[in-house]
Design a protein around this ligand. Structure first.
Ligand code: NAD
Length: 484
């Protein structure tokens, strides 16, 4: 469905995110006929250049980050024609009057300011947007992680944004929510009568959420070391996936109904404090190995106690989930790049097939986000052939494809999210209170870790994290799914 003509101002339009994600995403939507040719996209950053310079910059970005088969010269030129540029300094007055002039007379159109800059500039940019009277009733503001590094800073950031924008104008991106399979998790749960009656502690043994990366921290080690996996991945992406898996059915698929339910999940999380941190949290750091130096070396601190792997056992304290834990893990330099949510149902109560049939494992619903999006339901079936009644686990598979050479291209999360911004639909964006509730739960864990709890254990590269992570589930008689 095409969106109406809009103006999008990308602060940090010359940065890495703009080059790799935003410009390609906007191109794909234009190529699909979703964005009208009279949309205006203004790059705004410190670098001195003019509109023509920015159009060259964008052309190069598309060549690098859009698959060649999707680069049609007339479409590229049509898209490039929508681009303009204004040199603007967030920290001074330079460029702001020129930006105001470009936007003059365009107040009736949806207008979006995308802050693709370091968060220390958010306050100044909002302030200058406000002072320049650039906020119209149809204005939206888009921000991305990191949204604070603890509850206090998240509150301060929310207050900064709120001084010039209403909550209904603020779009906090968590790009995991823009993934097709994540939205499909909601469709699966709430558009089918099949799953919801089973979606509770009576039938679900536990839930595993894994976000494994094969890369290390590399040259960003020094920066990463100030944050760690808990801030970088758990507070935002993994907790959002937990919320969508655990939330009650909202009464309507509308932004506040959905976000109210997610917030209730965050508020129902059992606090992990004091000695429980050692019991329910495992942290790790990779050692030197085939893919590069040890984490501590890349971090530039031989004594670093920051985790680049973390596993957590989380309880959701409500009627639906009492007794069914959610296990989360994420880490770098693991065996493969793989992100999934696995809902593990309880074992069948009794096997009529006898011991020789093989163990009847509980069914699993596996929602894969990366590298290939797809949904798989694992069922127990008879092993085909004359070998007797042997039971094996087999998948009902609904993978969305996207292997190299596939004609079908899975839209990137940013495509969906950018169009939602223009449409004014906040359903897939985090509300300020959600971000704060996630930090409120995380703060005591980080504080405990800083006092020496759950010290990071070393782990080998290309493996599945430290042994302690396996023990975390083993203690409960469970095991992680293999990272593959
Ligand atoms: P980057 O360093 O590549 O780009 C920063 C941009 O900010 C540049 O365009 C630069 O010109 C501009 N800038 C810097 N100082 C400025 C100033 N004083 N006034 C105006 N513009 C200024 O950073 P990035 O990787 O593109 O990331 C941007 C933001 O998005 C960061 O907050 C980052 O945490 C977040 N983010 C990035 C990614 C990613 O994949 N790169 C993913 C998620 C979130």
């Amino acid at each position: 469905v095409p969106v109406e003509a809009f103006d999008l101002i990308v602060f940090g339009g010359t940065g890495d995110l703009a080059r790799r994600k935003l410009l390609p995403a906007l191109y794909h939507r234009f190529a699909a006929g979703q964005t009208p040719g009279d949309a205006l996209i203004i790059g705004a950053a410190r670098r001195r250049m003019d509109g023509a310079g920015y159009r060259d910059f964008a052309r190069e970005a598309l060549t690098e980050f859009v698959p060649e088969s999707h680069l049609k010269p007339d479409l590229v030129e049509g898209f490039i024609a929508m681009l303009d540029y204004v040199p603007v300094d967030a920290a001074t007055e330079a460029g702001w009057a020129a930006l105001g002039r470009k936007l003059k007379g365009r107040e009736a159109r949806p207008r979006a300011f995308y802050l693709s800059v370091a968060p220390q500039f958010f306050g100044q940019i909002c302030e200058r947007i406000g002072r320049g009277r650039l906020v119209t009733p149809e204005t939206r503001l888009v921000v991305e992680k990191p949204l604070g590094r603890d509850l206090a800073s998240a509150r301060a950031l929310n207050a900064q944004l709120a001084s010039h924008f209403d909550e209904h104008q603020i779009y906090r991106i968590d790009h995991y929510l823009g993934k097709e399979t994540v939205q499909n998790l909601m469709a699966l749960r709430f558009a089918n009568a099949l799953f919801e009656p089973l979606w509770n502690a009576n039938h679900i043994d536990h839930v595993q959420i894994t976000a494994a990366e094969s890369v290390g921290v590399g040259e960003r080690g020094g920066y990463y070391d100030q944050n760690g996996a808990m801030r970088d991945m758990v507070q935002n992406h993994l907790m959002q996936l937990l919320c969508l898996s655990a939330m009650e059915p909202p009464s309507r698929f509308d932004p506040d109904a959905v976000r109210d339910e997610k917030l209730k999940v965050l508020k129902a999380l059992r606090p992990i404090e004091g000695a429980a941190i050692d019991e329910e949290i495992v942290r790790g750091q990779y050692e030197a190995g085939p893919d590069g130096p040890a984490y501590r070396e890349e971090a530039g601190d031989p004594e670093s106690r920051t985790e680049c792997f973390i596993a957590l056992k989380i309880g959701v304290e409500n009627w639906r989930w009492a007794g069914t834990p959610f296990y989360l893990r994420t880490g770098k330099r693991l065996k493969a790049r793989h992100t999934e949510i696995a809902i593990r149902f309880k074992d069948a109560p009794h096997s009529i097939f006898g011991d020789s049939a093989g163990a009847l494992k509980g069914n699993a619903l596996v929602i894969t986000l990366q590298p290939n999006e797809g949904i798989e339901l694992r069922l127990n079936i008879k092993d085909p052939g004359p070998g007797g009644m042997r039971i094996v686990s087999a998948p009902l598979d609904m993978s969305f494809g996207s292997g190299a050479g596939d004609a079908f291209r899975m839209p990137d999360a940013y495509e969906r999210l950018l169009m939602d911004v223009i449409r004014g639909d906040q359903t897939l964006f985090m509300r300020g209170d959600e971000v704060e509730a996630a930090w409120a739960w995380i703060d005591p864990i980080i504080a405990g870790c800083e006092e020496g709890r759950a010290p990071p254990a070393p782990y080998a590269q290309r493996a599945e994290g430290p042994m302690e992570s396996h023990i975390l589930l083993h203690k409960d008689g469970r095991r992680w799914r293999e990272i593959a």
